[in-house]
Design a protein around this ligand. Structure first.
Ligand code: FAD
Length: 425
Protein backbone atom coordinates (compact mmCIF):
# COMPACT_ATOMS: atom_id res chain seq x y z
CA UNK A 1 0.00 0.00 0.00
CA UNK A 2 1.60 3.29 -0.98
CA UNK A 3 -0.01 6.68 -0.67
CA UNK A 4 1.39 9.79 -2.17
CA UNK A 5 3.03 12.94 -1.02
CA UNK A 6 4.85 15.68 -2.83
CA UNK A 7 8.40 14.37 -2.56
CA UNK A 8 10.51 12.53 -0.01
CA UNK A 9 11.46 15.62 1.97
CA UNK A 10 8.26 17.58 1.42
CA UNK A 11 5.77 18.09 4.21
CA UNK A 12 2.03 18.43 3.83
CA UNK A 13 0.81 22.01 3.97
CA UNK A 14 -1.75 24.28 2.39
CA UNK A 15 0.96 25.48 0.00
CA UNK A 16 1.91 21.99 -1.22
CA UNK A 17 -1.80 21.19 -1.72
CA UNK A 18 -2.29 24.35 -3.80
CA UNK A 19 0.86 23.67 -5.82
CA UNK A 20 -0.27 20.12 -6.63
CA UNK A 21 -3.79 21.26 -7.41
CA UNK A 22 -2.40 23.79 -9.90
CA UNK A 23 -0.24 21.14 -11.59
CA UNK A 24 -3.01 18.59 -11.99
CA UNK A 25 -1.93 16.42 -9.03
CA UNK A 26 0.57 14.67 -11.34
CA UNK A 27 3.67 14.96 -9.14
CA UNK A 28 2.80 13.14 -5.95
CA UNK A 29 5.35 10.48 -5.01
CA UNK A 30 5.05 7.39 -2.74
CA UNK A 31 4.71 8.27 0.93
CA UNK A 32 7.18 5.67 2.10
CA UNK A 33 9.91 3.70 0.38
CA UNK A 34 9.68 -0.02 -0.34
CA UNK A 35 13.30 -1.03 0.35
CA UNK A 36 14.98 -4.42 0.09
CA UNK A 37 15.97 -5.75 3.54
CA UNK A 38 19.58 -5.02 4.53
CA UNK A 39 21.70 -7.82 5.97
CA UNK A 40 21.96 -6.10 9.33
CA UNK A 41 20.18 -3.38 11.31
CA UNK A 42 20.92 -1.89 14.67
CA UNK A 43 17.32 -2.52 15.73
CA UNK A 44 14.50 -4.60 14.27
CA UNK A 45 10.88 -4.13 15.30
CA UNK A 46 8.69 -7.18 14.75
CA UNK A 47 5.13 -6.12 13.91
CA UNK A 48 4.12 -3.05 12.00
CA UNK A 49 1.01 -2.24 13.95
CA UNK A 50 0.65 1.01 15.82
CA UNK A 51 3.12 0.03 18.52
CA UNK A 52 5.89 -1.20 16.21
CA UNK A 53 5.56 1.93 14.06
CA UNK A 54 5.43 4.41 16.91
CA UNK A 55 8.42 2.74 18.57
CA UNK A 56 10.42 3.05 15.35
CA UNK A 57 9.42 6.68 15.02
CA UNK A 58 10.36 7.63 18.61
CA UNK A 59 13.60 5.60 18.39
CA UNK A 60 14.60 7.85 15.51
CA UNK A 61 13.15 11.09 16.82
CA UNK A 62 13.96 10.91 20.53
CA UNK A 63 17.10 8.76 20.53
CA UNK A 64 18.69 9.24 17.09
CA UNK A 65 18.47 5.49 16.37
CA UNK A 66 17.65 5.42 12.65
CA UNK A 67 19.22 2.13 11.53
CA UNK A 68 15.89 0.42 12.14
CA UNK A 69 13.65 -1.96 10.20
CA UNK A 70 10.00 -2.63 10.98
CA UNK A 71 9.16 -6.14 9.82
CA UNK A 72 5.53 -7.03 9.07
CA UNK A 73 4.10 -10.33 7.87
CA UNK A 74 1.12 -8.74 6.10
CA UNK A 75 0.41 -5.25 4.83
CA UNK A 76 0.53 -2.12 6.92
CA UNK A 77 -2.53 -1.83 9.11
CA UNK A 78 -3.66 -5.44 8.65
CA UNK A 79 -3.59 -6.07 12.39
CA UNK A 80 -5.49 -4.44 15.22
CA UNK A 81 -4.26 -0.94 14.45
CA UNK A 82 -6.68 -0.99 11.50
CA UNK A 83 -9.42 -3.00 13.24
CA UNK A 84 -10.11 -1.15 16.47
CA UNK A 85 -12.99 1.18 17.27
CA UNK A 86 -10.63 4.17 17.48
CA UNK A 87 -11.30 5.26 21.07
CA UNK A 88 -8.70 7.22 23.02
CA UNK A 89 -8.97 8.09 26.74
CA UNK A 90 -6.95 8.09 29.95
CA UNK A 91 -9.67 7.13 32.43
CA UNK A 92 -7.74 4.48 34.33
CA UNK A 93 -7.59 3.87 38.08
CA UNK A 94 -4.22 2.40 39.05
CA UNK A 95 -1.28 4.83 39.34
CA UNK A 96 0.95 3.16 36.71
CA UNK A 97 -1.89 3.10 34.20
CA UNK A 98 -3.25 6.62 34.86
CA UNK A 99 0.13 8.27 34.33
CA UNK A 100 0.99 6.17 31.30
CA UNK A 101 -2.34 6.68 29.52
CA UNK A 102 -2.38 10.39 30.35
CA UNK A 103 1.04 10.70 28.69
CA UNK A 104 -0.48 8.95 25.69
CA UNK A 105 -3.41 11.36 25.56
CA UNK A 106 -1.01 14.30 25.68
CA UNK A 107 0.98 12.81 22.80
CA UNK A 108 -2.27 12.35 20.81
CA UNK A 109 -3.04 16.03 21.35
CA UNK A 110 0.17 17.07 19.58
CA UNK A 111 0.50 14.13 17.21
CA UNK A 112 -0.73 15.63 13.96
CA UNK A 113 1.69 18.57 14.15
CA UNK A 114 4.48 16.24 15.26
CA UNK A 115 4.18 13.78 12.37
CA UNK A 116 2.70 16.26 9.86
CA UNK A 117 -0.28 14.01 9.15
CA UNK A 118 -4.01 14.49 9.57
CA UNK A 119 -5.07 11.65 11.89
CA UNK A 120 -8.48 13.25 12.57
CA UNK A 121 -7.92 13.45 16.32
CA UNK A 122 -11.39 14.23 17.66
CA UNK A 123 -11.68 15.00 21.38
CA UNK A 124 -15.45 14.58 21.50
CA UNK A 125 -15.54 13.15 25.05
CA UNK A 126 -15.85 9.67 26.52
CA UNK A 127 -18.86 9.11 28.79
CA UNK A 128 -19.04 6.02 31.03
CA UNK A 129 -22.62 5.53 32.24
CA UNK A 130 -23.41 4.40 35.79
CA UNK A 131 -26.56 2.69 36.93
CA UNK A 132 -26.30 2.31 40.73
CA UNK A 133 -24.99 4.13 43.80
CA UNK A 134 -22.06 1.77 44.21
CA UNK A 135 -21.08 2.23 40.58
CA UNK A 136 -21.28 6.01 41.01
CA UNK A 137 -18.95 5.77 44.02
CA UNK A 138 -16.49 3.64 42.05
CA UNK A 139 -16.54 6.18 39.21
CA UNK A 140 -16.06 9.05 41.66
CA UNK A 141 -12.96 7.27 42.96
CA UNK A 142 -11.71 6.68 39.43
CA UNK A 143 -12.36 10.31 38.50
CA UNK A 144 -10.39 11.48 41.53
CA UNK A 145 -7.49 9.16 40.65
CA UNK A 146 -7.51 10.59 37.14
CA UNK A 147 -7.38 14.15 38.42
CA UNK A 148 -4.48 13.30 40.72
CA UNK A 149 -2.62 12.05 37.64
CA UNK A 150 -3.31 15.29 35.76
CA UNK A 151 -6.17 13.95 33.64
CA UNK A 152 -9.58 15.60 33.35
CA UNK A 153 -12.78 14.02 34.66
CA UNK A 154 -16.31 15.10 35.57
CA UNK A 155 -18.99 13.19 37.40
CA UNK A 156 -22.35 13.90 35.75
CA UNK A 157 -25.76 13.36 37.27
CA UNK A 158 -28.74 11.95 35.46
CA UNK A 159 -30.06 15.23 34.06
CA UNK A 160 -26.65 16.27 32.78
CA UNK A 161 -26.38 12.96 30.92
CA UNK A 162 -29.90 13.34 29.53
CA UNK A 163 -29.05 16.80 28.19
CA UNK A 164 -25.76 15.65 26.72
CA UNK A 165 -27.03 12.48 24.97
CA UNK A 166 -30.75 12.97 24.24
CA UNK A 167 -30.96 9.72 22.27
CA UNK A 168 -30.33 7.55 25.33
CA UNK A 169 -33.20 5.59 26.86
CA UNK A 170 -32.60 6.82 30.43
CA UNK A 171 -35.33 4.59 31.87
CA UNK A 172 -34.31 1.49 29.99
CA UNK A 173 -36.18 -1.44 31.47
CA UNK A 174 -33.42 -3.25 33.30
CA UNK A 175 -30.75 -0.73 34.24
CA UNK A 176 -31.95 2.89 34.40
CA UNK A 177 -29.17 5.42 33.88
CA UNK A 178 -28.19 7.38 36.99
CA UNK A 179 -25.32 9.46 35.60
CA UNK A 180 -21.88 9.16 34.08
CA UNK A 181 -18.16 9.78 34.36
CA UNK A 182 -17.06 12.09 31.55
CA UNK A 183 -13.59 12.66 30.17
CA UNK A 184 -13.94 15.53 27.71
CA UNK A 185 -10.41 15.12 26.33
CA UNK A 186 -11.10 11.53 25.32
CA UNK A 187 -12.54 10.74 21.90
CA UNK A 188 -11.65 9.09 18.60
CA UNK A 189 -8.74 9.09 16.16
CA UNK A 190 -8.86 7.68 12.65
CA UNK A 191 -6.93 4.46 13.18
CA UNK A 192 -5.53 3.77 9.71
CA UNK A 193 -4.30 7.36 9.43
CA UNK A 194 -2.31 6.71 12.62
CA UNK A 195 -0.58 3.76 10.95
CA UNK A 196 0.05 5.70 7.73
CA UNK A 197 1.20 8.82 9.55
CA UNK A 198 3.68 7.05 11.82
CA UNK A 199 4.96 4.96 8.89
CA UNK A 200 5.55 8.06 6.80
CA UNK A 201 7.20 9.94 9.66
CA UNK A 202 9.50 7.02 10.54
CA UNK A 203 10.37 6.44 6.87
CA UNK A 204 11.36 10.08 6.52
CA UNK A 205 13.81 9.60 9.38
CA UNK A 206 15.42 6.62 7.61
CA UNK A 207 13.50 3.66 9.04
CA UNK A 208 12.99 0.76 6.58
CA UNK A 209 9.43 -0.55 6.28
CA UNK A 210 9.46 -4.21 5.27
CA UNK A 211 5.98 -5.49 4.37
CA UNK A 212 5.09 -9.09 3.53
CA UNK A 213 8.08 -10.22 5.56
CA UNK A 214 7.04 -12.74 8.20
CA UNK A 215 9.33 -13.50 11.10
CA UNK A 216 9.58 -17.30 11.32
CA UNK A 217 12.42 -17.59 13.82
CA UNK A 218 14.48 -15.58 16.29
CA UNK A 219 18.18 -16.41 16.40
CA UNK A 220 19.65 -16.47 19.91
CA UNK A 221 23.28 -17.41 20.62
CA UNK A 222 24.90 -17.50 24.04
CA UNK A 223 21.86 -15.84 25.63
CA UNK A 224 21.99 -12.92 23.17
CA UNK A 225 19.70 -12.13 20.25
CA UNK A 226 21.41 -12.14 16.85
CA UNK A 227 18.55 -11.34 14.50
CA UNK A 228 15.42 -12.75 12.93
CA UNK A 229 14.74 -15.46 10.36
CA UNK A 230 12.17 -14.19 7.90
CA UNK A 231 10.40 -15.37 4.77
CA UNK A 232 12.91 -13.12 2.93
CA UNK A 233 15.96 -14.57 4.65
CA UNK A 234 17.92 -13.92 7.83
CA UNK A 235 18.29 -10.30 9.00
CA UNK A 236 20.87 -9.63 11.71
CA UNK A 237 20.41 -7.06 14.49
CA UNK A 238 21.88 -5.85 17.76
CA UNK A 239 18.42 -5.44 19.24
CA UNK A 240 15.02 -6.88 18.46
CA UNK A 241 11.76 -5.44 19.79
CA UNK A 242 8.63 -7.60 19.69
CA UNK A 243 5.34 -5.73 19.13
CA UNK A 244 3.20 -8.45 17.58
CA UNK A 245 0.03 -7.80 19.68
CA UNK A 246 -2.31 -10.80 19.26
CA UNK A 247 0.55 -12.94 17.95
CA UNK A 248 2.91 -12.09 20.81
CA UNK A 249 2.90 -15.58 22.34
CA UNK A 250 3.67 -17.18 18.98
CA UNK A 251 6.52 -14.80 18.19
CA UNK A 252 8.04 -14.94 21.70
CA UNK A 253 7.92 -18.75 21.56
CA UNK A 254 10.40 -18.50 18.66
CA UNK A 255 12.92 -17.29 21.25
CA UNK A 256 11.87 -19.94 23.77
CA UNK A 257 9.81 -17.52 25.90
CA UNK A 258 6.41 -18.45 27.35
CA UNK A 259 4.29 -15.36 28.00
CA UNK A 260 1.48 -14.69 30.51
CA UNK A 261 -0.77 -13.87 27.54
CA UNK A 262 -3.91 -15.46 26.13
CA UNK A 263 -5.15 -14.48 22.68
CA UNK A 264 -8.87 -13.76 22.40
CA UNK A 265 -11.15 -12.46 19.64
CA UNK A 266 -12.85 -9.06 19.86
CA UNK A 267 -15.42 -7.91 17.30
CA UNK A 268 -16.51 -4.49 16.04
CA UNK A 269 -19.60 -3.40 14.09
CA UNK A 270 -20.59 -0.48 11.86
CA UNK A 271 -24.18 0.41 10.97
CA UNK A 272 -25.54 2.17 7.91
CA UNK A 273 -25.10 5.95 8.02
CA UNK A 274 -27.68 8.05 9.86
CA UNK A 275 -27.99 11.65 10.96
CA UNK A 276 -26.07 12.62 14.11
CA UNK A 277 -27.24 10.55 17.09
CA UNK A 278 -24.25 10.23 19.43
CA UNK A 279 -21.71 13.03 19.63
CA UNK A 280 -19.51 11.36 22.24
CA UNK A 281 -18.17 7.89 22.91
CA UNK A 282 -20.71 6.32 25.28
CA UNK A 283 -20.12 3.15 27.29
CA UNK A 284 -22.77 1.07 29.03
CA UNK A 285 -22.11 0.49 32.72
CA UNK A 286 -24.39 -2.52 33.06
CA UNK A 287 -23.14 -4.47 30.09
CA UNK A 288 -20.05 -4.58 27.95
CA UNK A 289 -21.04 -2.20 25.17
CA UNK A 290 -19.74 1.06 23.74
CA UNK A 291 -20.75 3.25 20.82
CA UNK A 292 -19.67 6.30 18.85
CA UNK A 293 -20.59 7.73 15.46
CA UNK A 294 -18.18 8.12 12.58
CA UNK A 295 -17.93 11.29 10.49
CA UNK A 296 -19.70 9.43 7.68
CA UNK A 297 -22.65 8.77 10.01
CA UNK A 298 -22.18 5.07 10.71
CA UNK A 299 -22.62 3.95 14.30
CA UNK A 300 -19.42 2.23 15.41
CA UNK A 301 -19.90 -0.14 18.31
CA UNK A 302 -18.58 -3.19 20.08
CA UNK A 303 -18.81 -5.18 23.26
CA UNK A 304 -17.30 -8.12 25.00
CA UNK A 305 -14.64 -10.63 23.98
CA UNK A 306 -15.94 -13.66 22.13
CA UNK A 307 -14.94 -15.73 25.15
CA UNK A 308 -12.60 -18.28 23.66
CA UNK A 309 -8.96 -18.25 22.61
CA UNK A 310 -8.23 -17.96 18.89
CA UNK A 311 -5.78 -16.53 16.37
CA UNK A 312 -8.49 -16.13 13.69
CA UNK A 313 -9.39 -12.51 12.86
CA UNK A 314 -13.14 -13.18 12.87
CA UNK A 315 -15.82 -13.65 15.50
CA UNK A 316 -18.94 -15.73 16.18
CA UNK A 317 -22.68 -15.05 16.12
CA UNK A 318 -23.70 -15.35 19.82
CA UNK A 319 -21.58 -12.31 20.59
CA UNK A 320 -23.25 -10.40 17.75
CA UNK A 321 -26.62 -11.01 19.42
CA UNK A 322 -25.20 -9.97 22.80
CA UNK A 323 -23.86 -6.67 21.44
CA UNK A 324 -27.09 -5.88 19.54
CA UNK A 325 -29.15 -6.49 22.71
CA UNK A 326 -27.06 -3.95 24.61
CA UNK A 327 -27.30 -1.47 21.74
CA UNK A 328 -31.09 -1.64 21.77
CA UNK A 329 -31.25 -1.33 25.56
CA UNK A 330 -29.45 2.02 25.42
CA UNK A 331 -30.68 3.34 22.07
CA UNK A 332 -33.97 1.58 21.19
CA UNK A 333 -34.17 3.51 17.91
CA UNK A 334 -31.20 1.59 16.47
CA UNK A 335 -33.30 -1.59 16.31
CA UNK A 336 -34.42 -0.48 12.85
CA UNK A 337 -30.90 0.03 11.53
CA UNK A 338 -28.97 -2.44 9.46
CA UNK A 339 -25.41 -3.06 10.36
CA UNK A 340 -23.11 -2.97 7.38
CA UNK A 341 -19.80 -4.37 8.49
CA UNK A 342 -18.41 -6.53 11.24
CA UNK A 343 -14.91 -7.86 11.81
CA UNK A 344 -12.71 -9.38 14.49
CA UNK A 345 -9.21 -8.85 15.79
CA UNK A 346 -6.99 -10.94 18.04
CA UNK A 347 -6.26 -9.44 21.43
CA UNK A 348 -3.14 -10.07 23.51
CA UNK A 349 -4.88 -10.41 26.88
CA UNK A 350 -2.50 -10.21 29.84
CA UNK A 351 -3.28 -11.96 33.11
CA UNK A 352 -3.93 -8.70 35.00
CA UNK A 353 -5.34 -6.49 32.25
CA UNK A 354 -2.25 -4.24 32.10
CA UNK A 355 0.49 -4.19 29.46
CA UNK A 356 4.10 -5.38 29.42
CA UNK A 357 6.89 -3.09 28.15
CA UNK A 358 10.17 -4.57 29.27
CA UNK A 359 13.44 -6.29 28.55
CA UNK A 360 13.39 -10.08 28.38
CA UNK A 361 15.86 -12.56 29.95
CA UNK A 362 17.52 -12.69 26.49
CA UNK A 363 20.08 -9.93 25.98
CA UNK A 364 18.98 -7.50 23.28
CA UNK A 365 15.41 -8.88 23.05
CA UNK A 366 12.62 -6.54 24.20
CA UNK A 367 8.92 -7.13 24.68
CA UNK A 368 5.83 -4.98 24.15
CA UNK A 369 2.48 -6.76 24.58
CA UNK A 370 -0.52 -7.39 26.84
CA UNK A 371 -2.62 -4.56 25.39
CA UNK A 372 -5.88 -6.41 25.83
CA UNK A 373 -8.66 -4.49 24.08
CA UNK A 374 -7.22 -1.07 24.87
CA UNK A 375 -3.92 -0.77 23.04
CA UNK A 376 -4.93 1.72 20.37
CA UNK A 377 -5.15 4.64 22.79
CA UNK A 378 -1.74 3.56 24.11
CA UNK A 379 -0.05 3.75 20.70
CA UNK A 380 1.95 6.99 21.20
CA UNK A 381 3.03 6.37 24.81
CA UNK A 382 3.74 2.72 24.15
CA UNK A 383 6.12 3.60 21.34
CA UNK A 384 7.61 6.45 23.33
CA UNK A 385 8.33 4.25 26.38
CA UNK A 386 9.38 1.19 24.37
CA UNK A 387 11.83 3.31 22.37
CA UNK A 388 13.28 4.58 25.66
CA UNK A 389 13.62 1.03 27.02
CA UNK A 390 15.25 -0.26 23.83
CA UNK A 391 17.60 2.71 23.41
CA UNK A 392 18.73 2.94 27.04
CA UNK A 393 18.25 -0.65 28.22
CA UNK A 394 16.19 0.60 31.17
CA UNK A 395 12.54 1.34 31.75
CA UNK A 396 11.24 4.89 31.81
CA UNK A 397 9.34 5.83 34.99
CA UNK A 398 6.13 5.65 32.95
CA UNK A 399 6.57 1.96 32.09
CA UNK A 400 8.49 0.91 35.21
CA UNK A 401 5.44 -0.99 36.48
CA UNK A 402 4.83 -2.84 33.21
CA UNK A 403 7.39 -5.51 34.02
CA UNK A 404 7.34 -9.05 32.69
CA UNK A 405 8.36 -10.53 36.04
CA UNK A 406 5.39 -9.02 37.93
CA UNK A 407 3.46 -12.22 37.35
CA UNK A 408 6.20 -14.10 39.23
CA UNK A 409 6.74 -11.53 41.99
CA UNK A 410 3.03 -10.89 42.51
CA UNK A 411 3.26 -7.11 41.88
CA UNK A 412 0.43 -7.33 39.35
CA UNK A 413 -1.60 -4.35 38.11
CA UNK A 414 -5.11 -5.71 38.12
CA UNK A 415 -6.88 -2.77 36.50
CA UNK A 416 -9.98 -4.78 35.61
CA UNK A 417 -10.04 -6.50 38.99
CA UNK A 418 -10.63 -9.94 37.49
CA UNK A 419 -7.20 -11.39 38.12
CA UNK A 420 -5.90 -14.07 35.82
CA UNK A 421 -9.14 -14.50 33.85
CA UNK A 422 -8.83 -12.56 30.59
CA UNK A 423 -12.14 -13.96 29.38
CA UNK A 424 -13.84 -11.95 32.13
CA UNK A 425 -12.11 -8.63 31.47
C1 FAD B 1 -12.52 -4.86 17.37
C2 FAD B 1 -11.46 -4.14 18.16
C3 FAD B 1 -11.77 -2.92 18.79
C4 FAD B 1 -10.80 -2.26 19.53
N1 FAD B 1 -11.10 -1.02 20.01
C5 FAD B 1 -10.15 -0.30 20.66
C6 FAD B 1 -10.42 1.02 21.05
O1 FAD B 1 -11.49 1.58 20.77
N2 FAD B 1 -9.46 1.70 21.74
C7 FAD B 1 -8.28 1.12 22.05
O2 FAD B 1 -7.47 1.76 22.73
N3 FAD B 1 -7.96 -0.13 21.64
C8 FAD B 1 -8.86 -0.86 20.93
N4 FAD B 1 -8.57 -2.12 20.47
C9 FAD B 1 -7.26 -2.70 20.80
C10 FAD B 1 -6.14 -2.20 19.91
O3 FAD B 1 -6.54 -2.21 18.57
C11 FAD B 1 -4.89 -3.09 20.11
O4 FAD B 1 -4.62 -3.25 21.48
C12 FAD B 1 -3.65 -2.47 19.45
O5 FAD B 1 -3.94 -2.06 18.13
C13 FAD B 1 -2.52 -3.50 19.45
O6 FAD B 1 -1.30 -2.92 19.05
P1 FAD B 1 -0.81 -2.84 17.51
O7 FAD B 1 -1.51 -1.72 16.85
O8 FAD B 1 0.65 -2.74 17.52
O9 FAD B 1 -1.30 -4.25 16.96
P2 FAD B 1 -1.38 -4.81 15.48
O10 FAD B 1 -1.87 -3.79 14.52
O11 FAD B 1 -2.15 -6.09 15.56
O12 FAD B 1 0.14 -5.08 15.14
C14 FAD B 1 0.84 -6.29 15.31
C15 FAD B 1 1.41 -6.68 13.99
O13 FAD B 1 2.31 -7.77 14.15
C16 FAD B 1 2.26 -8.49 12.95
N5 FAD B 1 2.86 -9.81 13.15
C17 FAD B 1 2.38 -10.82 13.92
N6 FAD B 1 3.18 -11.89 13.83
C18 FAD B 1 4.19 -11.54 13.01
C19 FAD B 1 5.33 -12.23 12.51
N7 FAD B 1 5.59 -13.50 12.85
N8 FAD B 1 6.17 -11.57 11.67
C20 FAD B 1 5.92 -10.27 11.32
N9 FAD B 1 4.85 -9.59 11.74
C21 FAD B 1 3.99 -10.22 12.58
C22 FAD B 1 0.78 -8.54 12.63
O14 FAD B 1 0.54 -8.88 11.27
C23 FAD B 1 0.34 -7.15 13.01
O15 FAD B 1 0.31 -6.28 11.88
C24 FAD B 1 -9.51 -2.82 19.71
C25 FAD B 1 -9.19 -4.02 19.07
C26 FAD B 1 -10.15 -4.67 18.29
C27 FAD B 1 -9.79 -5.95 17.59
Amino acid sequence: MAFCQSGPAMGYSIFSLIRHALTGNRHWTPVWRDPEPKEFYDTIMVGRGGHGLSTAYYLAKEHGVTDVAVVEKGYLGSGNVGRNTTIIRSNYLLPHNTHFYEKSLQLWEGLEQDINYNAMVSQRGVLNLYHSDSQRDAYARRGNAMRLAGADSELLDREQVRAMVPGLDMENGRFPIRGGLLQRRGGNVRHDAVAWGYARAADRRGVDMLQNTEVIGIRVEGGRVKGVETTRGFIGANRVGLAAAGNSSRVAAMAGLRLPIETHVLQAFVSEAVKPLVHQVVTYGAGHFYISQSDKGGLVFGGDLDGYSSYAQRGNLPLVEDVMESAVQLFPQVSRLRYLRQWGGVMDMSMDGSPIIDRTPIEGLFLNCGWCYGGFKATPASGWCFAHTIATGTAHALNAGFRLDRFATGAVLSEAGHGAQPNKH
